[in-house]
Each structure stands twice: as structure tokens, then as C-alpha cells.
Design a protein around this ligand. Structure first.
Ligand code: FES
Length: 93
């Protein structure tokens, strides 16, 4: 069954299963910082408030407790996350 991704501020969606969490957030036009997109730099990290993720590749970056790297994981259950700096949607032209 599809998992639901909830972002603290009240936005939620069901991600397409072939996307990692970062791609899923981007598909909803949610702004998340990133650089390497491969688990090296740690710049994409978000707070995991509820739920479980599964890493598709072992992250190299240090991950503080309670945080996850969305560029290399998928939702394993329904998730509630908090994006540092708040949830901002990208503007569409
Ligand atoms: S973008 Fe570098 S660890 Fe996710």
C-alpha cells in the first residue's frame, strides 16, 4: 500500500513508488536543499518526526539523531517530516 508523506505544516501527499524521498518532495515542488544527491554531503537532511525510512544506499554523511537524508531513502511507512527552515513550495512560472 502507498505510504503518505506528511510535512509538519499541514501539506501531505502520496509519493510515486519509483522516486526516492527527495525526488518525491521535488515532484510536489517542495524546496529541499541538496548538493550531492548521493548521501555524501548531508545537505538534504530533514527531521523525521514519525515513521520509518529505508536507505537505498548506505549514506556516508553524518546524520544527527532524528534526521534522515531524503536523497537516498524511501518511505517504509507513512512519514511525518519537518523541513529545516519550513516547508516552501517552489514557485511555478
Ligand atoms: S544531497 Fe547530499 S546527502 Fe543528500
Amino acid at each position: 500500500m502507498a505510504n503518505i508523506i506528511k510535512i509538519m505544516e499541514g501539506f501531505s501527499f502520496i509519493p510515486r513508488s519509483e522516486l526516492n524521498l527527495l525526488e518525491a518532495l521535488e515532484s510536489q515542488k517542495v524546496n529541499v536543499d541538496y548538493q550531492c544527491r548521493e548521501g555524501f554531503c548531508g545537505s538534504c537532511q530533514v527531521q523525521l518526526l514519525e515513521g520509518e525510512v529505508e536507505y537505498t544506499s548506505e549514506p556516508i554523511a553524518f546524520i544527527p539523531e532524528g534526521r534522515i537524508l531524503p536523497c537516498c531513502c524511501n518511505a517504509k511507512s507513512d512519514l511525518t517530516i519537518e523541513i529545516p527552515g519550513g516547508c516552501h513550495l517552489k514557485k511555478t512560472e
